[in-house]
Design a binder for this molecule. Structure first.
Ligand code: UDP
Ligand code: MG
Length: 320
């Protein structure tokens, strides 16, 4: 146990139209920093770093208001909405530039248990480079979100990207992990996959999920599907292999059917009136082909987005 070591902790908070939550969130997190620093667990130079992901409400006014009162509240504002993953990446990169020994990311609605941050820090001081928050239950989620999330993690597991079930973006990462993140130039970095895949010493902390403090979820089905597809296409090529294997199987099956048809034609001269067979085969193979094209298309899309190498995000202002 490195009891002498008082790391500088940066708390990264992505915010998109969170004016209803933000005052309480900032107050509570500042209190946590104060507490941990009083217990000599973190440096008094620790701070919050809020990333305003192109909010259209008073989010940025609240952040800059706090910053004027207290320099421990820092932040950056995007010129438009780039999405939660980009806001998190910007947060990690921002605190790496400003300087910190470890960074914790937490949602602006404080759905994750902010008191677990102390356990995160303990595990970090014990030598973990990554401390991952695992949700205890999904009681606060809708049935739809619960089922789709479970399906996603199962699918990811089958496809070889072994992200623990109910993994979340509530985690602590060391400066070392942040330095390694910089070596991953991919624009659509899937953070959950990356921090799990990178091979640093990882500890897990279970936490309870609370209902959202105020306001509405900023995620919709399209955003969630985008996140899931990005997770799959950036961490596994197994779907492409499945397409190839399926192609082989289909070719073999059509060869057998073809041979059988020719055989019947030559030896029995009774070409059957197989209308239903025709339609079924047509639809079956047509469906599979379009499905495979879609899978390949997802990867082509990923290549297309990466090859353009557009910036991950653009900051309008930053308060350091
Ligand atoms: N968020 C963001 N950009 C977005 C959507 C969400 O920065 O485009 C932030 C949001 O402000 C919150 C976190 O990401 O801090 C998680 O979002 P939310 O709580 O709405 O998602 P849920 O908990 O419903 O999955
Ligand atoms: Mg939430």
């Amino acid at each position: 146990m490195m009891s002498e070591f008082k790391p500088i902790l940066a708390i990264v908070i992505p915010c998109f139209n969170e004016e209803l939550c933000l005052n309480t969130t900032i107050d509570r997190l500042l209190e946590i920093l104060h507490d941990l620093s009083a217990k000599n667990k973190i440096s008094e130079k620790s701070y919050l770093y809020l990333v305003d992901d192109g909010s259209t409400d008073k989010t940025w006014e609240i952040i800059s208001g706090y910053h004027e009162q207290n320099p421990a509240v820092k932040g950056a504002k995007f010129i438009r909405n780039f999405g939660n993953q980009k806001a998190l990446i910007a947060g990690y990169e921002g605190v790496r530039d400003i300087g910190c020994d470890c960074a914790v990311s937490i949602d602006a609605d404080l759905q994750q248990d902010e008191f677990s941050i102390e356990t995160f820090v303990d595990k970090f001081r014990d030598g973990a480079d990554i401390v991952s928050g695992i949700r205890n239950s999904r009681d606060t989620d809708t049935l739809f979100k619960k089922t789709t999330a479970v399906m996603f993690y199962k699918l990811m597991y089958i496809l070889g990207a072994k992200i623990p079930m109910n993994h979340s973006d509530f985690r602590l990462v060391s400066k070392r992990a942040l330095d390694i993140m910089e070596m991953y130039p991919e624009k659509y970095l899937f953070l959950r996959g990356f921090f799990n895949d990178v091979g640093l010493k990882t500890a897990y902390v279970h936490f309870d999920v609370k209902p959202r403090m105020a306001g509405e979820s900023k995620f919709n089905l399209v955003k969630l599907m985008g996140l899931a597809l990005n997770g799959i296409t950036s961490f596994s090529v197994v779907p492409l292999r499945i397409v190839s294997v399926l192609g082989f199987i289909m070719a073999f099956v059509s060869f057998v059917i073809g041979a059988e048809t020719v055989f019947e034609k030559i030896f029995f001269h009774n070409t059957p009136n197989g209308w239903a067979t025709n339609i079924i085969l047509l639809c079956f193979f047509g469906g599979i082909q379009i499905c495979c094209l879609g899978i390949i298309g997802e990867y082509v899309g990923q290549v297309y987005r990466e090859v353009k190498a557009r910036p991950r995000y653009i900051k309008e202002t930053e308060l350091k």
